[in-house]
Design a protein around this ligand. Sequence first.
Ligand SMILES: Cc1cc2nc3c(=O)[nH]c(=O)nc-3n(C[C@H](O)[C@H](O)[C@H](O)COP(=O)(O)OP(=O)(O)OC[C@H]3O[C@@H](n4cnc5c(N)ncnc54)[C@H](O)[C@@H]3O)c2cc1C
Length: 280
Amino acid sequence: MDVAADPRVGALPTDPMEPVPYRVVERGQETDDVASLVLAPVAAALPAPGPGQFMMIWAPGVGEIPISVSRVVAEGHLVLTVRSVGAVSAAVVGLGPGDVVGLRGPFGTQWPVADVAGRRVLVVAGGLGLAPLRIAVEQLVAAAPAHLTLVMGARQPDQLLFPDDLRRWAAAGVGVHVTVDAADRGWHGAVGTATAMVTRIGWAHDAAFVCGPEIMMTTAARATVALGTPADSVWVSLERNMHCGIARCGRCQLGPYLLCRDGAVVPWTESMALLEVRGR
Ligand SMILES: Cc1cc2nc3c(=O)[nH]c(=O)nc-3n(C[C@H](O)[C@H](O)[C@H](O)COP(=O)(O)OP(=O)(O)OC[C@H]3O[C@@H](n4cnc5c(N)ncnc54)[C@H](O)[C@@H]3O)c2cc1C
């Protein structure tokens, strides 16, 4: 794409289906199959995303996929953290500094940080689930770190996402509880599921944000509610395959929701029955 020669550069397109050019300015390998890309607008910048919102990222010639924004590093610079699982995500993970992609968004609902800041909040992240929660966690840490409990679960130690952030948040006063499904003798931390850790912590919170594999979200939400966290103050993230991002194509319909508009962040009380519906 010859963006420099594009006469529209400088103005955002009026068509929400038209990708806006962004350039990769930095790439970091997070785990063996996960990379973070820092993207800077080539000309006009899209609106700043809120916590939990996602972008549609288009790898030219390959395709377009939804990816959550895991950080906003400077004005207009967005970080997307992507696991290579198929054709498009592999192409995105394979990008490097200088490459140009197309972005649309931000789309979707947000973690209701303003509603819960200052209250005792439990955040439960499974694997890559920390990426869509990262901006929310930063905002909660800035508001009241000592009121925040973070449970981070990963399959194994080398799959842990953002270990520097976890250390920084713990140093700021957040109750950080890391647990892995399996580890060798070199691991001195907890072993078990994120849900088991929620139960082990053993006390109710005023609110909870939960993001990860659906079985983990279901069991962790149930576990914290069983401990006394009010069910109507628990939110989860429902991801389904998305296409348009603007609630037109119906690809992401789940029950009454078009999840690209009504999700991904949804109240647990409204979504618990829907989590029984098998999606991709
Ligand atoms: C709102 C939202 C936010 C997302 N945020 C991130 C993120 O921050 N980082 C990230 O790495 N991924 C994220 N995803 C998932 C990402 O969109 C998919 O991995 C991607 O679409 C796969 O496309 P592909 O062409 O690479 O692989 P495909 O060939 O399309 O799929 C490869 C495999 O991944 C599965 N898959 C595809 N899409 C999804 C999905 N939405 N949920 C679960 N499984 C899926 C397929 O069933 C298949 O098994 C998000 C998805 C949604 C809906």
